[in-house]
Design a protein around this ligand. Sequence first.
Ligand code: KG4
Ligand code: ZN
Length: 344
Amino acid sequence: RDEPLVLGIETSCDETGIGIVRGRTLLSNTIASSMDEHARYGGVVPEVAARAHLEALQPSIEAALAEAGVALADLDAVAVTSGPGLAGALMVGVGAAKALAVSLGKPLYAVNHLVGHIAADILDADAPPLEYPTVALLVSGGHTSLLLVRDLTTDVELLGETMDDAAGEAFDKVARLLGLPYPGGPQIDRVAAAGDPRAIAFPRGLSRASDMAAHRYDFSFSGLKTAVARYVEQRRAAGDEVSVADVAASFREAVVDVLVTKALAACRDHDVPRLLLGGGVIANRRLRDTALERGAAAGVTVRIPPLSLCTDNGAMIAALAAELIMSGREPSTLEFGADSTLPV
Ligand code: KG4
Ligand code: ZN
């Protein structure tokens, strides 16, 4: 089959994403988020996310089919994220996908969430085709990973990842300690606009020469978060005014600097003049601009898919499965389960 019609199910975190693609063409991409329910806890609560997926799945599948103008019987395959992610949340999607595939008698493809983020780029109809090899930087509330993609379906290598908090999680935690609501990324972004990014020299995690030997492509944001907390506490204890705008701008600069520096180092080391960005933190204007500017200066072409494809979604899962099908990959057998730490 040249252009398989695939329905993708994504439930690895707090978004219930159902997407339908025909080959490399996006037909629908519905997203139901339980973000609001997590807001009062200041972060994603796994049990709440899993239950929200259960409730959202059926109506989301119906909405996606209607939007795409196709029926379940038309599908050539079902695809689902089997990991990495929150175990309970993943289990809901995997169970639903198996039930759907078995009841329809259609092949089922279990795919990796991180590789799915890379596949999202294929659905960007306005961009020229993705070329390989490419370096990919995926930054969200759940992950911060740097990958070398030599071939989407056969050769994706994890170069490095965060050793503690994800970048988006750091935004959320720092926003919280500054008294800003969840999710923190957009809030920090808003407040930082009025601040000076050079006001406070916050640490760049794992960037010292001694760290770079073993952790050249790894990230760490917990030290940065602690540094922000300590700075705010000390100023307040001394009775000094804290400029929330300067703290937000300086914190954001520290995150952006280390993300872009390490991503471009990976490009240089592997002689790859292409960098693909993905994940919800890509909404950050400063990150996009810095990557584009410093990428251009380094001779690296930076690709940024539309935000609706960068945040967690089912279309990217369907797109990856379509690529697997078109490359002749056999479907998954029903033995697979949710794997919260699934490697790429
Ligand atoms: O990919 P995503 O929508 O969902 C998951 O992580 O599952 O990413 C959400 C994360 C949150 O941590 C949020 O604070 C962060 O992305 N985020 C941002 C911005 N918008 C969202 N971080 C920094 N700047 C932003 N403008
Ligand atoms: Zn994700």
